[in-house]
Design a protein around this ligand. Structure first.
Ligand code: PLP
Length: 350
């Protein structure tokens, strides 16, 4: 029997390894010496690759992980007495251990209930309008997750409506793009259209779940907002001294187009699973499958049986069983999962 620890599992998209494009770029960077702390040619080339991809002269920074990227980005938009509006299910609220509040020195997250993690202009207005007195932190920013924690995507029209609302309320718009590539692949719109052209001020672009070992990029589309951000990265322990190993993989991902191919593949695998279990009695998709996630609701004994067959999945996000697909997902393994889901849901009478 194969070892379940090395067989592909879909509990998260960060169970996957490093894709060849990222790995090869890191190997290529591993020759000779290079200036430290980002003063090297790889880091310049990676920043330039982002500017080409986003068709704008943005400021680019690199961090080790998404929690740090989100937290530092939000901290740069706020003073300690400000607040940040987000969805109740947002990663910044549920999965970052208070890091946004910590790094901002106290900026409070104000949560709004949403459908599938999609924040709406109405929700932003409602939260921003709750209080306007001196005793409550002043709303200063909105953060949205693209694609959302439950695998939905914001359309260009939805983004534009949100950013107009933000502008009218004096709020800055941050995007948690841990799975930004999956949203681009799903919507078939350009990175520019899904960010600055739609009014997003700052993007945290996730590399880890997209196929890198580590690394997220922070893109400021308004360079003025990036003032002193390099100091913030250093203070937060996020300035890599051998920066080329954080930046070179981005060169590999962006210049080869792997960032988009990887996301397209992951999304296709999610659609494959959803289609394969669509007719299984007692099992249903909890959210429309628009990115690389499939959430299934099923009776607890069905999920228990699935776990006993060796499948790993989380049930604390969204309430059902979550399956996330990555750049390397083997379609046969998706089919095997689908067969086991069916077998667990419809046990053959002995
Ligand atoms: C994975 C993820 C992050 C980043 O998480 P880290 O573990 O800190 O890298 C941020 N936002 C969302 C929505 C995520 O899924």
């Amino acid at each position: 029997m194969a070892d379940i620890l090395t067989e592909q599992q879909f509990a998260s998209d960060n169970y996957s390894g490093i894709c060849p494009e990222a790995w090869n770029a890191m190997a290529e960077a591993n020759t000779g010496h290079a200036p430290a702390y980002g003063a090297d040619a790889w880091t310049e080339r990676a920043a330039e690759a982002f500017r080409n991809l986003f068709e704008t002269d943005c400021e680019v920074f690199f961090a080790f992980n998404g929690t740090a990227a989100n937290s530092m980005a939000l901290a740069s938009l706020c003073q300690s007495y400000h607040s940040v509006i987000c969805a109740e299910s947002a990663h910044v609220e549920t999965d970052e251990c208070g890091a946004p509040e910590f790094f901002s020195g106290g900026s409070k997250l104000l949560t709004a209930p949403t459908t599938d993690g999609l924040l709406t202009p109405e929700a932003v207005r409602a939260v921003a309008g709750r209080r306007s007195d001196i005793h409550f932190p002043k709303p200063r920013a909105v953060t949205i997750t693209q694609s959302t924690e439950t695998g939905r995507v914001y359309s260009v029209a939805q983004l534009q409506a949100l950013s107009e609302t933000c502008r009218s309320l004096g709020l800055r718009l941050h995007m948690d793009g841990a799975r930004f590539a999956n949203a681009c692949a799903s919507l078939q719109r350009s990175p520019a259209e899904l960010t600055w052209k739609s009014g997003v001020d700052v993007l945290c672009f996730g590399g880890t779940k997209n196929g890198m070992a580590v690394g997220e990029a922070i893109l400021f589309f308004d360079r003025a907002m990036a003032e002193d951000f390099d100091y913030r990265c250093k203070q937060a322990g996020q300035l890599a001294s051998k920066m080329r190993y954080l930046s070179a993989p981005w060169v590999g991902m962006l210049e080869s187009g792997a960032w988009l191919r990887n996301a397209e593949h992951a999304n296709a695998c999610a659609r494959r699973l959803a289609a394969a279990v669509a007719d299984v009695p007692g099992v249903s998709a909890m959210f429309p499958v628009e990115a690389n996630a499939v959430f299934l609701s099923a009776a607890p004994d069905v999920l228990d049986a699935l776990a006993r067959r060796g499948w790993r999945f989380y049930t604390f996000i969204g309430g059902g069983a979550r399956f996330m697909f990555a750049w390397d997902t083997a379609p046969e393994r998706v089919d095997a999962l689908a067969r086991d889901i069916r077998a667990c849901a419809v046990p053959v009478a002995a």
